[in-house]
Ligand binder design. Structure first.
Ligand code: HEM
Length: 525
C-alpha cells in the first residue's frame, strides 16, 4: 500500500499498524471511565487501564478484596470492574437511604448482564425492572405468606424424611456425611416440591436431572465465559443475541432453561386441569388466574409488611403472569433458593459440630419447646435460640456477600451526587465483619442476636437477606426450611467433628461456598 504516493508500506507492517490501532482503541475504550471517582471526590484503589481493579478480585477472591478495601478506604469508596465504575456504600445511614428512603431511585439491580442473558432469563424477578418488577413481585409475594407456608410444611417434612433415612444409613455404616451433597439434595427436593409440586428425590439420586440442570447455573465454565465477555469484551454482546436467536448453546444454561420450561409447562397444564388441588408455587399462580384472588385476600399478611410491599404498587393492570414469566420465576426459585439455603445449613451444622456447648443449648431448647413433636410452621417460631444460631451463621457466611442497586436517575445520597446508571455495591460480608458493630468478628457467638443486642444495633449492619422492598422474597421459606431441617436432625442426632472435618472450614474464592465439609452424626441417647 502506498501512503500519499510516497511511501510503500509492506503488508506485514499494515497488519502491525492495524493491531496497534485496535489495541490502542481497546485500551481507550476500557479506561474511558477511569476518572469517574476522582471527579466525584471518592477515594479507591488505582485502576489498571484494562483490568480496572479486577485483578484484585481474581487474585484474592471477592470476600477478601472487599474486606481489604473496606478496611483501607472506609464506608464509601469506588472501584472499577474493568471499565465499569462501581460505587461501594457501607455506611448504615446511607444504606437506609439507598435501600428504603430513596428506593424509587434504586428500584433496579445492575444491568451489566442484561445483553448477555437469554430473553427468558431477563424475565426473572432478579433482573426485571421498574413497574414490570413491581407487578411480578406483587404477584409472587403471597406465595410466601404465612398461610401458604403452613400448607407447604408437609412438603418440607417429606423431604426431611428422606434425609433422615440417609443419615440413619450413614450412621449405621459409621461413615462421615458429605454435607454439601446431602443438604444440597434436601434443599433441591424442597424447591422441587414447593415450586413445581414434584417429588424428585435428588438426595438418593445424584444423577437426578433437576440437580444436573440447577447446577448448570453454577457451572464454572459457563460463568467464566459470561464474566470474560461481560467485563472484557462487552462489544461482543451481539454474538450472544444471535446465538440465542439461532438456538446455539454457548453455555449450559440454555439447555437447562429449556428443561425448566418443559417441566413448568407440564406442571401448569396439570394445575389448570385440577385447580385448587395443588399448594405449590405454580398451583397458587393458577388459582389466582381462576379468580381465587389470594393476593388481594392476603394483602394484610405480615409478609407484605415485612417486605415493604407498600412501596411496590404497580401501575400494571394485567391479572396474571405470562407463561414465560411463570417459567422464569419457577426456574429462579431453583437458582436462588437451592445453593443459598444449602450452604447456610452446611455452615450452621459445621458450627454446631465444632462448638458442642452451643449445640447443647440448642438441643435443650428443641427438647423443651417441642417435646418430640414434628416441627411445623407454628412450633418452630418458638425456637429463638435456633434463630440466633442461624443469624450468627449468616453474619459470618452470608450467602450473598454483596448486593447491588443501580441509580435510575441522578440522585443525592448524603453529600454524594450519584449519576443515573451508576452501580452501587453494598459489601454486606465486609460490614458484617466490622469490629465497630461486631466485637471479635471472627468468633461464632449467637448471643449477638438476643433481642436486647439487636435493639442496640443499626439494622443496616446485618443484611443477609438484603433490605427494603427488593429484599429476598423467599426469606421466610428459607428460614422455615432451615429450622425444620435442623430440628429434624437434632431431635435424633448430634453433629460432631470427624478426622475429615477441616477446621477452619475452607471456602471458595468466589464467595461463601464451603469447599469440602464432612461431619459425623452421633445418635442421641
Ligand atoms: C438462606 C437462603 C437465602 C438467602 C441467604 C437469600 C438471600 C437473598 C439476597 C441477599 C437477595 C437480594 C436482596 C436484595 O437485593 O436486597 C435475594 C433475592 C431473592 N431471593 Fe433469596 N435468599 C435465600 C433463599 C431464597 C429462596 C428459598 C428463594 C425462593 C424460593 C429465594 C428467592 C429470591 C428471589 C426471587 C430474589 C429476588 C427478589 C427481587 O428482586 O425482588 N431466595 N435473596
Amino acid at each position: 500500500m502506498e501512503v500519499l504516493g510516497l511511501v510503500d508500506i509492506p503488508t506485514w507492517l499494515q497488519w502491525v499498524l492495524l493491531l496497534v490501532g485496535l489495541l490502542v482503541t481497546y485500551v481507550i475504550y476500557m479506561s474511558w471511565n477511569h476518572g469517574t471517582f476522582r471527579k466525584m471526590g471518592i477515594d479507591g484503589p488505582k485502576p489498571n487501564p484494562i483490568f480496572g481493579n479486577m485483578r484484585m478480585f481474581i487474585n484474592d477472591g471477592l470476600n477478601k478484596t472487599e474486606l481489604d478495601m473496606y478496611r483501607k478506604y472506609g464506608k464509601v469508596f469506588g472501584m472499577y470492574e474493568t471499565y465499569i465504575p462501581v460505587l461501594y456504600i457501607a455506611d448504615p445511614a446511607l444504606l437506609k437511604d439507598v435501600m428504603v428512603k430513596e428506593f424509587r431511585s434504586f428500584v433496579n439491580r445492575r444491568d451489566s448482564f442484561k445483553n448477555f442473558f437469554d430473553s427468558e432469563m431477563n424475565l426473572m424477578l432478579t433482573q426485571i425492572e421498574d413497574d414490570h418488577w413491581r407487578f411480578v413481585r406483587n404477584t409472587v409475594t403471597p406465595t410466601f405468606s404465612g398461610k401458604k407456608l403452613r400448607q407447604m410444611t408437609p412438603l418440607i417434612n417429606n423431604s426431611a424424611d428422606k434425609f433422615m433415612e440417609h443419615i440413619e444409613q450413614k450412621v449405621k455404616e459409621g461413615e462421615d456425611i458429605d454435607m454439601k451433597k446431602f443438604i444440597g439434595g434436601f434443599t433441591m427436593d424442597v424447591i422441587a416440591s414447593t415450586a413445581f409440586g414434584l417429588d424428585v428425590n435428588s438426595q438418593n439420586n445424584p444423577d437426578d436431572p433437576f440437580l444436573k440442570h440447577a447446577n448448570a447455573f453454577n457451572d464454572s465454565n459457563s460463568i467464566a465465559v459470561l464474566v470474560t465477555v461481560v467485563f472484557f469484551l462487552p462489544f461482543l454482546a451481539w454474538i450472544f443475541k444471535v446465538c440465542s436467536f439461532l438456538g446455539i448453546k454457548i453455555t449450559k444454561m440454555r439447555e437447562s432453561l429449556e428443561f425448566f420450561t418443559r417441566v413448568t409447562d407440564r406442571a401448569l397444564k396439570e394445575r389448570r386441569q385440577t385447580p385448587g388441588k395443588y399448594f405449590d408455587f405454580l398451583g397458587i399462580l393458577v388459582n389466582a388466574e381462576k379468580g381465587d384472588d389470594t393476593s388481594a385476600k392476603e394483602k394484610e399478611d405480615d409478609v407484605v409488611k415485612e417486605n415493604g410491599a407498600s412501596e411496590t404498587g404497580s401501575t400494571w393492570t394485567r391479572k396474571t403472569l405470562t407463561a414465560g414469566e411463570n417459567t422464569a420465576q419457577a426456574t429462579l426459585f431453583f437458582v436462588a433458593g437451592y445453593d443459598t439455603t444449602a450452604n447456610t445449613l452446611s455452615f450452621l451444622m459445621y458450627h454446631l459440630a465444632i462448638y458442642p456447648e452451643i449445640c447443647d443449648n440448642l438441643l435443650r431448647e428443641i427438647d423443651d419447646q417441642l417435646n418430640g413433636q414434628e416441627p411445623n410452621y407454628d412450633n418452630v417460631a418458638k425456637l429463638s435460640y435456633l434463630e440466633m444460631c442461624i443469624h450468627e451463621t449468616m453474619r459470618l457466611f452470608p450467602a450473598a456477600a454483596r448486593l447491588d442497586r443501580m441509580a435510575g436517575n441522578d440522585v443525592t445520597i448524603g453529600n454524594i451526587r450519584i449519576p443515573k446508571g451508576m452501580i452501587v455495591n453494598i459489601p454486606v460480608g465486609a460490614i458484617q465483619m466490622d469490629p465497630e458493630y461486631w466485637p471479635e468478628p471472627e468468633k461464632f457467638d449467637p448471643e449477638r442476636f438476643t433481642p436486647e443486642a439487636k435493639a442496640n444495633r443499626d439494622p443496616f449492619v446485618f443484611m443477609p437477606f438484603g433490605a427494603g422492598p427488593r429484599n429476598c422474597v423467599g426469606m421466610r421459606l428459607a428460614l422455615l426450611e432451615m429450622k425444620i431441617a435442623v430440628v429434624r436432625i437434632l431431635q435424633k442426632y448430634q453433629p460432631v467433628k470427624s478426622p475429615k472435618t477441616e477446621v477452619p472450614i475452607k471456602i471458595s474464592k468466589m464467595g461463601n461456598l464451603p469447599l469440602d465439609l464432612y461431619l459425623k452424626f452421633e445418635k442421641r441417647t
